[in-house]
Design a protein around this ligand. Sequence first.
Ligand SMILES: [Fe+2]
Ligand SMILES: [Fe+2]
Length: 396
Amino acid sequence: MALRLNAVDFHRPKCPCFALPTTASLRSPSFFMASTLRSASKEVETVKKPFSPQREVHVQVTHSMPPQKIEIFKSMENWAENNLLIHLKPVEKCWQPQDFLPDPSSDAFHDQVTELRERAKEIPDEYFVVLVGDMITEEALPTYQTMLNTLDGVRDETGASPTPWAIWTRAWTAEENRHGDLLNKYLYLSGRVDMRQIEKTIQYLIGSGMDPRTENNPYLGFIYTSFQERATFVSHGNTARLAREHGDIKLAQICGTIASDEKRHETAYTKIVEKLFEIDPNETVISFADMMRKKISMPAHLMYDGRDDNLFDHFSSVAQRLGVYTAKDYADILEHLVGRWKVESLTGLSSDGAKAQDYVCGLPRRIRRLEERALGRAKQAQRVPFSWIYDRDVQL
Ligand SMILES: [Fe+2]
Ligand SMILES: [Fe+2]
């Protein structure tokens, strides 16, 4: 999982509607947890955290799926066994980070590291900013496993639960764990980046968590993961393409291999949602519209390095400018999912369902229009220092 968006009109809302909670109120979950408070979910609080600066987090809505719908997920277990788990790769057939890295037990290790560093010298700083941001996003994997295990009806209840949902989540996490590991080791060996600043950013990010607004609701959760896996597929695919353009075939291979995992994961998550559309089209299309109204927040949106309060926005701007992940990609992914789930041809919906259908089907066009307008207003780009590359400036 990964990614960010710096799309037009898709910035985090800036509306501190409530007074700052004190540390004491942070300890009391009732302060900002409101069960099934869907209508209030547009409001934003500014939450002061003990380990990072004030980050914006939305009013927390929990358990928004009606409890009786848990049965749907129980009844899907056979289906998940036969249709979901087949998208996992046996460990023995999986690539491992070491397959792409110099072998520390070999006499050729030093030469291999020198070659890696020679190739990395040809790559511009701005590319490294994006690759570091992608790596940090991957490294916050504990947050994503936690997020999946917030979902009612599918969470891993024990840590070793035998349900296919829990098996999927653990094995998915184990596959994803290789992504951050490989990028981290590559970046370390490249000698181009400030590893200590990067490591601090990872620690801050895991400590901050994320706020995807999926409300313990597996309808929302699987729509979110479908979107995100495709977003990471696009992003890693683009860093692969750029690495090739900069003449580093081995780095291109690294990013491309990660992208192909993301594609397989996207296939699995979109199949779950496809099945939900078949079993419960009304709730599914309403959830899809709800998720899109709230906007898909990127997993690393709370990123901080101890210095730059707008680090995520700065990183997203560079990714947008380099074409690694853009507002257009956001609209393309949405359009792809609308087509993949055949949303336009759903019939027999309730009036709320039909409204949700109209909303999501018209949304890609609206996003594109907004994007064009924003491009027309685009200001002179600023240069900003990134601590990840020893405070060298990069154009946003
Ligand atoms: Fe992923
Ligand atoms: Fe990943």
